[in-house]
Write a protein that binds this ligand. Sequence first.
Ligand SMILES: NC(=O)c1ccc[n+]([C@@H]2O[C@H](COP(=O)([O-])OP(=O)(O)OC[C@H]3O[C@@H](n4cnc5c(N)ncnc54)[C@H](OP(=O)(O)O)[C@@H]3O)[C@@H](O)[C@H]2O)c1
Length: 267
Amino acid sequence: MSRVAVVTGASSGIGKATAAALAGRGYRVIGTSRKPDSIGPDATVTGIEYRALDLTDAVSIDTFLAELGPVDVLVNNAGESQAGPLAELPGDAVERLFRLNVLGPITLTKAVVPGMRERGYGRVVMVGSMLASFPMPYRSSYVASKAALRGFATAARFEESPFGVWLTTVEPGQVDSGLRERRTKYIAEGSCHAADFSTFMTELDAKQAKGIAPDTVASCIVDAIEADRPRPLYAVGSNAPVMFAVRRLLPRTIVERLIARAYGMSR
Ligand SMILES: NC(=O)c1ccc[n+]([C@@H]2O[C@H](COP(=O)([O-])OP(=O)(O)OC[C@H]3O[C@@H](n4cnc5c(N)ncnc54)[C@H](OP(=O)(O)O)[C@@H]3O)[C@@H](O)[C@H]2O)c1
């Protein structure tokens, strides 16, 4: 019997690549999209069963879960990338971000973990972001959402791993997935941050365009799933091994200055 894997946000980017990689390895893959019927034939991956799921909508989550049978692997991948100065982020935008990036994935995780525990096998991968480990200006809401997701997984590992259920976080660096075209941006008219924000966004988009391919992240996610004892954290892209070593060696204030400089900010 093939293992059943659910990949949220499987219509594009990292989710689509992960769903394809798992289907290629013999998993039965259920991929989600807000509008599965509008995924064109070019974007559809053979072997993936697409189902509707909007993680910001409680009714959509309930409907999805009601129709879901036993799940062995859950990849919480769907997410929104948001940017803007903290003081200018609209409350409803931050709430939507947290529903999609944190609360929705946690609802799915809570729903599937008991069955995994009963069957003695389960893998839950949170697709976080290296920004949770290396916070950047104008990304506070996104950084906080990914840090929250990692926090849930890192703590719950202690609880569930004795039952064969491993939660893990994969933090990608910059990935050339097209996410930047879908990024939501908020800046007030006449903002004192306008010039800095524009410099930052130009640098960010340029770095992301040179990022790694979604397939590389998908391979890392598959490695995490198939490890006997998945690690708490995997990081892939953006020179991750060097970045984490630098962070361990240098004082935080220096790291902060290096990040600011890399994005054209004078601090
Ligand atoms: N690209 C990067 O540089 C990068 C770096 C670090 C981490 N990440 C993370 O990697 C994950 C995938 O990003 P990506 O780069 O592959 O971007 P992407 O191509 O834009 O994929 C985002 C996915 O999320 C789904 N989605 C969006 N809103 C949703 C909602 N309300 N409910 C359910 N699903 C929703 C989208 O599906 P539909 O539109 O079909 O619903 C889409 O498949 C995200 O969590 C992102 O934060 C990306």
